[in-house]
Design a protein. Structure first.
Length: 524
């Protein structure tokens, strides 16, 4: 049985509606596919002529050129305090006085001991004189006994007396000789006692000198002209100088000349030379810059958590006395300068067309894959794996290092702003050292190039940029590069001129973008 003629228009309407829906879906799909396949729009920067200044940045502490710590070599109670903070003092000026009573008593006791020793010395000298007199009498007695013996021997020979008389005289002569030896020994003993008494006198004199010296040290005097920048004691306080010398005052010799002691990383110390110009800022005077010069590069290395730094002393004039010791200075040491040279933004050196990676012999880094955000860490890791050709063991070790570093960098959020930058640089240096330790020779060379390019620490030898051709497609241009300041790099030679537009990124929807400043700085 045929369907009613009234149902046909309804079927035609439904069919037409379906065709419209399918056509609309196809048109939308074509727009999506066609739009995504359209050529991306590029963001450009211009090659320009100007100055390139390579700087080494670090932080340090302001100090006076000469700072003297005034202490006490003796113990006691502070009886008088004659100066306070910021007091101008002259060399030899009395600053404080320790209670001298105890030391005055010691001086009087030492004087009495010396007087007793001198009296004992006089007594010994008198005893020695008596012994010498006794020895002289013994010699006289011996001479008399000798003469008597000679006479009696002559009389015995002539038969006038018996031999017994001569024997008796001989015994007397021997006794007198022995008495001489005894008296001579007594004289030597007396002389030794005199020498001992003289030594005791000298000992008592030294004790008296020491007691007087201690008494003089109760007066604390300024060793130099300067200003008191610190005072650690108050009147009535007891000073104990048993094992070390306690510091009572700190005197800055001349605050019109200051210095900054800067900790420079070992990777940058080779750029530093004496008399290089430096600038620095302090938080107390925001927006104001101070000038200085490198005065000294100390050879002694400081190692903190496997990070090696060297102390560089930057001197700066301070005629207005605005700068005071202890301020934290953010220092920029000008390592090298190029004036009036062609320079290209570093972002252009880092940009690559989609799908292109950097060759191993090309020092310019590959573009970071993925947009800035949560994928950066993984992109950085993948970059190291690809460019350094890490094996499975090295990749596992790299993951351990990066996982450990993420925790440490997260802790920096709780660190005061003044210390965050310094600690961050140290953490980055520590991570770089750990990564470098697991690499072989060729890998270390390439890794050093990657770090140098990302941080702007050293000049790059060669690189490449991309410029649009007549059809708007990117064309590679090789360059020989010189000095870099981290944002722009000197062009030594290459087929570009002032005003040449170079590609620094893309703005097409869905395309990976390189931010204007280039790839994010590697945390390693």
């Amino acid at each position: 049985m045929a369907p009613p003629s009234s149902s046909r228009p309804r079927r035609y309407a439904l069919l037409l509606t379906g065709l419209v829906v399918v056509a609309g879906a196809a048109f939308g799909l074509w727009n999506v596919i066609g739009g995504s396949a359209s050529a991306p729009d590029f963001r450009f920067a211009t090659v320009e002529r100007g100055n390139v200044v390579s700087v080494v940045s670090a932080s340090g502490t302001l100090n006076a050129v000469t700072t003297v710590l005034v202490g006490s070599q003796i113990s006691g109670q502070i009886k008088e305090l004659l100066v306070d903070f910021n007091a101008q003092v002259k060399k030899g000026q009395l600053l404080a006085r320790i209670d001298p009573e105890t030391y005055e008593i010691r001086v009087r006791q030492a004087e009495a001991d010396l007087e007793a020793a001198r009296t004992a010395q006089v007594q010994k000298q008198s005893d020695a004189a008596a012994q010498r007199s006794q020895a002289l009498r013994a010699k006289i007695s011996y001479d008399d006994a000798k003469q008597d013996l000679d006479r009696k021997q002559s009389l015995v020979e002539k038969g006038f007396i018996s031999g017994a008389e001569a024997d008796k005289a001989r015994f007397v002569e021997r006794g007198a000789a022995e008495a001489i030896r005894t008296s001579e020994a007594q004289v030597k003993s007396a002389e030794a006692q005199i020498a001992n008494a003289a030594a005791v006198v000298r000992q008592r004199e030294a004790s008296l000198a020491a007691a007087r010296n201690d008494l003089a040290k109760t007066a604390i005097s300024a060793p130099v002209d300067g200003i008191v920048i610190s005072r650690q004691v108050d009147a009535g306080q007891t000073v104990a100088a048993s094992l070390n010398t306690p510091t009572l005052f700190t005197i800055a010799r001349d605050l019109a000349e200051m210095q900054v002691e800067v900790a420079i990383d070992e990777s940058d110390i080779g750029k530093i030379r004496e008399r290089q110009r430096a600038t620095f800022t302090v938080d107390a005077f925001a927006g104001r810059s101070f000038d200085g010069r490198v005065r000294q590069i100390r050879k002694s290395a400081q190692t903190v958590q496997s990070v090696v730094t060297y102390t560089v002393v930057v001197e700066t004039p301070n005629p207005s006395l605005l700068l005071v010791p202890g301020m934290t200075a953010n220092v920029r040491i000008i390592a090298d300068t190029r004036e009036g040279v062609l320079k290209v933004p570093n972002a252009a050196l880092r940009w690559r067309p989609l799908g292109m990676t950097a060759a191993r012999d090309d020092p310019a880094p590959a573009a970071v894959r993925g947009a800035s955000g949560g994928g950066d860490a993984q992109a950085r890791r993948q970059r190291l794996v690809d460019e350094l050709k890490l094996d499975s063991g090295q990749q596992a070790r790299l993951d351990e290092i990066l996982a450990e570093s993420r925790g440490k960098f997260a802790e920096l959020r709780d660190v005061p702003e003044a210390d965050r930058r310094t600690r961050g640089e140290r953490l980055r240096a520590e991570v770089r050292q750990k990564i470098g330790a697991m690499l072989d020779g060729d890998q270390k060379t390439r890794y050093a190039q990657i770090v140098a390019e990302e941080t702007g620490r050293v000049a790059v030898g060669s690189g490449r940029v991309f410029v649009p051709d007549s059809a708007g497609k990117p064309v590679e241009v090789r360059l020989r590069l010189g000095l870099t300041d981290g944002n722009a790099t000197e062009i030594v030679s290459g087929d570009v001129a002032e005003g040449t537009r170079v590609i620094v990124g893309t703005v097409a929807a869905g395309a990976p973008q390189s931010p204007a400043g280039g790839a994010p700085r590697l945390p390693f």
